[in-house]
Design a protein around this ligand. Structure first.
Ligand code: PPE
Length: 304
């Protein structure tokens, strides 16, 4: 997806012009994928622009860094403030926010420990990740021939740049196969997640989603949806799912910051159908929450 250029990018503590936010070709992370990142959304509300669960996302960035033995030179509060500032100076009412902390220029070779750490925060306008039509009518998905990374190979709990090569292989296979999205199975053969989304199914009025032992990234949207569903009186079960659970589901949807809540209408050519009642109810609730229309969840909104 093309990037809509804005004015400034926050880089190592300073706001720099968009075109000046550059790195050296010998940056460690470019060669070895030694970066960690986040994807966050800010939405327009009646009280101004609010970043959805900003602190939770920045905490996950710190967690990803911890997994890769990286000490970030900024605290949680400083990162939260820097993200707000970046949204503010670019005058965007709603946007996507991409913080990235990576091993920079100065050292080569697999030992990253002496390489410097650079941090940047960029923002831009990003519409519906899987298309407006996908959000409304659902997308098609295939079960990937690529297996989701195993926790003992690359920890899925870390949102690390290099790990996304796995998602990219699955995504390209799906696109070339004529599908919108890929769903990966874990190394045990159970359903894991989409290339950049967590997965939910609805069966007999109950919501099921793979647990954290199925090689998933513990999505913040996933957590949001589980809370909203339970507050609506729906039962949510985290458990292992097999591919026929997907084929025979009443409803399927995927969740992510970029994807928000996107229905899946077809999987491996088995029709699931139009977005179902529960999917639609959750979508409605989710968009009301992020837009600040639900007092009950106002703690999740961090105004810039
Ligand atoms: N799993 C994966 C592998 C993943 O990348 C994401 C987010 C999620 C689950 C959902 O997590 P959360 O955003 O906290 O609900 N994917 C991000 C990157 C997408 C991209 O193309 O880049 C995102 O949605 O921002």
């Amino acid at each position: 997806m093309p990037i809509d250029k804005v004015d400034k990018i926050w880089m190592n503590g300073k706001l720099v012009n968009w075109d000046d936010a550059k790195v050296h070709v010998l940056s460690h992370a470019l060669h070895y994928g030694s970066g960690v990142f986040e994807g966050i959304r800010a939405y327009e509300t009646d009280k101004g622009t609010a970043v959805f669960r900003l602190t939770d996302h920045m905490q996950r960035l710190l967690n990803s860094a911890k997994i890769y033995l990286k000490n970030l030179p900024y605290s949680l509060d400083e990162l939260v403030e820097a993200a707000k500032e970046t949204v503010r100076v670019n005058n965007l009412r709603s946007c996507y926010i991409r913080p990235i902390a990576f091993r920079g220029y100065g050292e080569m070779g697999l030992n990253p420990l002496d390489a410097p750490i650079d941090i940047a925060i960029a923002v831009w306008s990003w519409g519906a990740y899987l298309g407006e039509d996908g959000l409304k009518n659902g997308i098609s998905a295939m079960i990937s021939s690529f297996q989701r990374i195993d926790p003992n190979a690359l920890p899925p709990a870390a949102k690390a740049t290099g790990q996304y090569i796995n998602s990219i292989l699955a995504k390209m296979e799906a696109i070339y196969g004529g599908f919108d999205e890929a769903i990966m199975l874990d190394s045990r053969g159970f359903v894991s997640e989409g290339s950049g989304e967590n997965l939910f199914i609805v069966k007999g009025g109950v919501i099921y989603t793979p647990s954290t032992s199925a090689s998933i990234l513990e999505g913040i949207t996933r957590d949001t949806v589980m809370k909203l569903a339970r507050d609506m009186g729906l039962e949510v079960v985290e458990r292992d799912l097999v591919r026929s659970d997907l084929f025979l589901a009443d409803e399927i949807f995927c969740t992510g910051t970029a994807a928000e809540i996107t229905p899946i209408r077809e999987i491996d050519k088995r029709e699931i159908g139009k977005p179902g009642e529960i999917t639609k109810k959750l979508q409605e609730k989710f968009f009301a929450v992020v837009k600040g229309e639900e007092e009950k969840y106002s703690d999740w909104l961090e105004y810039v």
